[in-house]
Design a protein around this ligand. Sequence first.
Ligand code: DAK
Length: 259
Amino acid sequence: MNTYQDILLGEIEQSVLTISLNRPEFHNALCNNLLKELAQALDAASSNADIKCVVISGSEKVFAAGADIKEMAKLDAIGVLQDTRPQYWDTLRKFKKPIIAAVNGYALGGGCELACHADIIIAGSNAKFGQPEINLGIMPGAGGTQRLIRTVGKSLAMKMVLAGEVIDAETALQSGLIAEITQPEATLERATKLAQQIAGKSAIAIQLAKQALLESFETPLETGLSLERKAFTILAASEDRQEGIQAFMEKRKAVFKDV
Ligand code: DAK
């Protein structure tokens, strides 16, 4: 049962939970309550072994137009300092299971940053990514200056953040911001299929692989390689590894038990 107001939870299908942002009248602007609910839903998904992968989507027309500007307008410097939102973003950042963002239409400001928190972005041909905060006399506040530049490179990130220019799906694909472009009506379905494909693997291998991949943003190559080696070694103790290799030998599909 959906007990949330600003997000919708889908049924868990093939170990995939879909979370849809649900403030259509405000282009899914990320108000405090929406972010709180998103963090609560992810917290619950963290400890639910039936969920192995999460898809975050907007509608066919819009992903999210950023932080709720009307709410933001009420905060002075002390209000911003004491804001609970950074802790909700942290929940997203620390989530260990894979997240796929299904993006149609606008993904602006915090909406673009939300998509960038996902591990994979699948976008409709109508998607538009941007960091227009500069037009409001502010700047990105949920990692936009850090994640974007690591993903799309300096010049494009500077253009988006300093000029507030919005990029289309093709440019997002060329720059590596997104993994695939689909027809807008197929974006959620494609993201869900991909999520189900991931959910069919060993959850232990998926968790360690995600962790190692993300570590590359934080560490020099030598440290990252060392972490990869340790994770690889840990996996040698899993039953899923035995099953995966055995299944290959027996020419059958592996059945992973996440142990
Ligand atoms: N906030 C609040 N309401 C919004 C909104 C937003 N970001 N975006 C749209 N709306 C509302 C509009 O006010 C309008 O409501 P009514 O006036 O009808 O009541 C309704 O949604 C429909 O919007 P429009 O009439 O403007 O629709 P259009 O199709 O003409 O234009 C648009 C769509 C997306 C181009 C336009 O709405 C727009 O430019 N929106 C604002 C985009 C923007 O500037 N986004 C960046 C916001 S700043 C932080 C973390 C994150 C952030 C900050 C701090 N910390 C952790 C510290 C993030 C900051 C931001 O994202």
